[in-house]
Design a protein around this ligand. Structure first.
Ligand code: GSH
Length: 206
């Protein structure tokens, strides 16, 4: 198996952190330099026509190219250290938390950075800085709601660490590029949660 990944990019990081939590070490890592547009080359297009990372190539040649789908597959193959729920009841609530982290943190953060950061210009053409700055308001608004949630519970999906914490953490790490800090915003519960996640060994997996 091969995981096509790219250092510092938030979606590959989600999968790398998920693998680190499960201590999966026997998947070969192939670095794709998206800043150098390696993902737009014919060789990579043949693997993933959507030209995004991460991509997991299975031993039978099939390819998974959505972070959550990759994690679902890994969860099935490496069930120890459950991160996605032990039954349909828990899976539904963890999926809800994970999709909220993705849609209300990672996506708006990515939109801000992709449309305002010069370093992302090679990937986002044309950039619309006004649109990007407008998304900053949404990031703050959603972050405040996550802060409220974390005043009532320890982890994104409730009382244990799950994939939802990985998605939200990778989103907030990426948000450093837009100089967003929960602490500076006064979101103390979100900051304390972020620090809890950052203390895990998997948090260094990029
Ligand atoms: N929905 C996809 C999103 C993948 C994605 O957008 N990956 C980014 C890196 S974080 C990428 O490959 N960007 C390349 C580009 O924008 O050209 C997933 O969850 O895997």
């Amino acid at each position: 198996m091969k995981l096509y990944t790219s250092p510092r990019a938030p979606n590959p990081r989600r999968v790398m952190m998920f693998m680190a939590e499960k201590v999966i070490t026997d998947i070969a890592l192939v670095t794709v330099d998206i800043n150098a547009q390696a993902h737009k080359a014919d060789a990579f297009r043949a693997i993933n026509p959507l030209t995004t990372v991460p991509v997991l190539e299975l031993n039978d040649g099939r390819v998974l190219s959505e972070s959550r789908a990759i994690c679902t597959w890994l969860e099935g193959q490496f069930p120890d250290v459950n991160l996605m729920g032990v039954d349909a009841n828990e899976r539904a609530f963890i999926e809800m938390a994970d999709r909220r982290a993705e849609w209300y943190l990672l996506v708006p953060i990515a939109q801000v950075i992709r449309h305002t950061h010069p370093g992302l210009a090679p990937l986002e053409q044309p950039q619309f800085p006004d649109y990007g700055h407008a998304q900053t308001v949404k990031v703050r608004d959603y972050a405040e709601r996550f802060d409220s949630l974390l005043q009532r519970q320890t982890w994104m999906a409730g009382d244990r660490f799950t994939i939802a914490d990985i998605t939200a953490f990778c989103a907030l790490e990426f948000a450093r590029l837009m100089k967003f800090s929960p602490k500076a915003e006064g979101f103390d519960a979100l900051q304390a949660w972020r620090d809890r996640v950052a203390a895990r060994p998997s948090a260094v997996a990029i």
